[in-house]
Design a protein around this ligand. Sequence first.
Ligand SMILES: Cc1ncc(COP(=O)(O)O)c(C=O)c1O
Length: 378
Amino acid sequence: MGFSTDAVHGGQQAEPVTGAVMTPIFQTSTYKQDGLGKHRGYEYARTQNPTREAYERNVAVLEKAKHGIAFASGLSAIAAVMHLFKEGDEIVITENVYGGTYRLAENILRERGLRFAFVDTTDLNAVKGSLTPKTKLVFVETPTNPILRVTDIAAISALAHSRGALCAVDNTFMSPYFQNPLELGADIVVHSATKFLNGHSDMVGGIVVTNDVDIADKLRFIQNAVGAVPGPFDCWLALRGTKTLALRMRQHEANARYLAAYLSRHPAVVKIYYPGLESHPEHELAKRQARGFGGIVSIDIGSLARARHVLEHVRLFTLAESLGGVESLICHPATMTHASVPEEFRDRIGITEGLVRLSVGIEDVEDLEADVKQALAF
Ligand SMILES: Cc1ncc(COP(=O)(O)O)c(C=O)c1O
């Protein structure tokens, strides 16, 4: 089926007892058992929940995956992937990952024996040079948050496989509407469902998908054993969100393209990052491996003072962490989303004090343009 049909129907069925068309919120922690050792497939809600399962099946269909495993946040989804590995294993990871992913790797997992090599994964030779016999995973975020660098998923997956390693992709920025990393050769895809999948800024969640049954079984074991599961209401909100993913992504992108074109001509903008612009270093790659360029645009306006002015003068854009909701948000990565990344590391990858990230919502683009225009009038 087409993407929009799958978004509405993929993995969904009417609820068997009442015929409810939409999977209800199964707000229960446990299930009655019919006799000792006799249950109906549901024992305890950390282990199984019908609302969660409907949501997991739906996202799996959208990502062309056989298995979906949901978690309480994007970071707990990433942590679950990292739990597949053990002390001494090496993981090559995109240097400009989301700040929380960096913090998880550096401040939690490194202390427990996993080794991380932060590498510019847009550079195939750099990745090649960092692989060792102990490398078990190449973890790629593409496009990256907030600089929007694009990594060649097919090339990196093939390289990882040639050395016996897996490839995982954080597909949060593209969503399955624009990009399906498993079809390009990746083994695992993770999402912060908090962002485009849910799309309404009203829950926090994460999800992992894969076609590999062994990986899926291990992740399900981790889901239950560690217990970082999303509640049924959050699963329901995410599932409600995915049904309109196609409509929202089209509008996010149309608005982002328009604003990126406007901002690229604006004299106050020193640098602009958007894969849809021909000036973007990986524009051709982005065109080849994805079906669109997404709804996030970052601009460097030269100084903290100017960034502060814009962040404090927008009227329609809201100054806030997060992205991917229907409403337009604006943030300052250096002090907000990427504050846990050390300053010299931030500077090297372009997260300067003048950098501002826009999550372009689905409002009327003329209103968004007018807002940015008045905020950029110094
Ligand atoms: C690309 C990316 N991955 C992962 C995460 C973490 O997700 P969550 O905030 O749902 O834990 C974020 C959050 O901003 C993100 O932008």
